[in-house]
Design a protein around this ligand. Structure first.
Ligand SMILES: *Cc1c(COP(=O)(O)O)cnc(C)c1O
Ligand SMILES: [Zn+2]
Length: 496
């Protein structure tokens, strides 16, 4: 539809207009550095920043009901800039004009109801929200769209020319950064730092295919992050990790889309998010808090973070029930099938602490962090995919988290859950192969369950001519082969 085809009362607001109001907010000392330049940490105290919107009071003058209509009706417009995360322009990055928005198909990912048998097994209604169906096949595209649109805005407004963008990655941030960077080729080039051997071959192929410079660093993600931070502090580069608060803005749309999919009533809902560097859970919490503040929703959902036993610093922090006694300590990570979340010293930890406290003030419930085993993660992934889902290992972690939370009585019988499947299953398919081939090194602590293993069955009839590539059969040989192969296949399939 065209804007002029929409009801008259919403027309003045249906196309967002850029406005100022965004400002960095330091979670360490409370400073509010100006938004106009690229800053990742507080110039005064070095702590991480969040971006605050001082224009929210203006938005609040318009009733929540009107905003709900605007966002619902806006979905019918055929404007690419409003098709992805900038559908929620007012709640994402309102200072970016629509012509500077970079849209590559991110956001608006499907919410798929759990298969009935799986729902019965878990004992609660639940949905997977498949963020693997983003352009580079993970949720990282949401934040990359907002961060790169801001860079594009700086370029187009002449405040910067030629940007080198950098990120450290467990695989998916680099895939997203390289994709968006290659789209803006010429003005934006991308270099990514990866822990050598700690990203999957599929993930490594993505930045290579997009033409980014790929630097491999020995160690784990946390080591890459330190090197990238040193580079960002020393040289004129744009950092594209979630330490960059512009990433958080786009990732908030995961919450906005959930609220919209439930017709803006998320009471009785629990949202499960795997935690690695903690940028995503930061964005999910701050997204729902923003919706509440503007009056788009009336009640917050419960928010659950999930971590593996092999990378559990956030879980350990919240083990101490008394907030005043909590102390954060990084952990040494061990190999994990939830490799994209294999992080021992999450950069966004101060944001998590601050937002979880705001959740508690607003709803009485802080963030709940659940810990699951490697075995539970991969068994849950395989089980979900056996029931018609497309869940990555981190999505398996979300499901394992829900099952544990139900067992522990943390998700009531009248509640439903949305599980973040953060990437596409194919990115992590080598872990499925290791399971099927029983080839996990002992340090993963995974024992394949026979009922979850699958393998191809070769149908090659004995004592019969068989075709081979470049050597087709014909005539009686072909006839004999087809008859024998069909007979053998029918036996294997139990056909009578
Ligand atoms: C990055 C990533 C995570 C972890 O998200 P954080 O924001 O680092 O906590 C989980 N799953 C996938 C697939 C990811 O790419
Ligand atoms: Zn500060």
């Amino acid at each position: 539809m065209r804007p002029e085809d929409l009801p008259e009362d919403v027309r003045p607001l249906i196309l967002p207009r850029p406005r100022p109001g965004l400002i960095y907010h330091c979670l360490g000392c409370g400073a509010r550095p100006d938004i106009d330049r690229l800053t990742y940490t507080c110039p005064r105290c070095g702590a991480v920043l969040l971006i605050e919107d001082q224009g929210l009071d203006e938005l609040k003058k318009i009733p929540g009901k009107t905003w709900r209509r605007i966002f619902d009706l806006r979905r019918t417009l055929n404007l690419p800039a409003l098709k992805g995360v900038f559908l929620f322009h007012e709640l994402v990055a309102p200072l970016i004009p629509l012509e500077d928005v970079v849209y590559l198909g991110e956001g608006q990912t499907p919410l798929v109801a759990a298969n009935k048998a799986l729902e019965a097994k878990v004992g609660r209604p639940f949905w997977f929200k498949n963020d693997g169906q983003n352009p580079s096949a993970s949720f990282k595209d949401r934040g990359m769209a907002s961060a790169v649109s801001f860079l594009n805005h700086l370029l187009n407004s002449g405040r910067m020319d030629k940007i080198l963008a950098l990120c450290a990655s467990t695989g998916d941030t680099s895939a997203a950064a390289a994709l968006y960077g290659s789209y803006l080729k010429g003005s934006l080039s991308t270099a990514v730092l990866l822990p050598q051997g700690k990203v999957t071959p599929q993930q490594l192929s993505q930045p290579l295919g997009a033409g980014a410079t790929v630097l491999e660093i020995p160690g784990v993600f946390d080591d890459c992050m330190k090197v990238v931070e040193r580079l960002a502090d020393t040289y004129p580069v744009a950092l594209l990790n979630s330490k960059n608060a512009w990433r958080v803005l786009g990732q908030q749309t995961y919450s906005y889309e959930i609220a919209q999919a439930f017709d803006w009533d998320v009471s009785g809902l629990a949202v499960f998010v795997p935690i690695g560097n903690a940028g995503n859970v930061t964005a999910v919490m701050s997204g729902f808090l923003k919706l509440l503040e503007v009056g788009l929703i009336r009640t917050l959902p419960r928010i659950f973070g999930v971590q593996s036993e092999h990378a559990d610093p956030v879980f350990r922090y919240y083990l101490e029930p008394e907030a005043a006694k909590r102390r954060f300590a990084p952990v040494v990570v061990r190999d994990s099938v939830a490799q994209a979340a294999m992080i021992g010293n999450p950069v966004s930890m101060p944001r998590v602490i601050s937002l979880s406290e705001r959740l508690r003030e607003a709803s009485g419930h802080e963030l709940t962090v659940i810990r699951v085993s490697e075995q539970e993660i991969i068994d849950s992934m395989l089980t979900a995919n056996r029931h018609g889902h497309v869940v990555c290992t981190q999505g398996g972690e979300s499901l394992a988290g829900l099952e544990t939370a139900v067992e522990e009585g943390l998700v009531g019988p009248d509640m439903g859950a949305v599980l973040d499947s953060t990437a596409h299953m194919l990115k992590f398919i080598d872990f499925q192969n290791m399971y099927y081939e029983n080839s996990f090194p002992a340090r993963f602590e995974i024992e394949p369950k026979p009922e979850l293993i699958n393998a191809p069955i070769l149908i090659k009839p004995p004592n019969t001519p068989c075709p081979a590539p470049g050597n087709p059969l014909s005539g009686a040989d072909l006839e004999a082969f087809v008859a024998a192969a069909a007979k053998l296949a029918a036996e294997k399939l139990g056909l009578e």
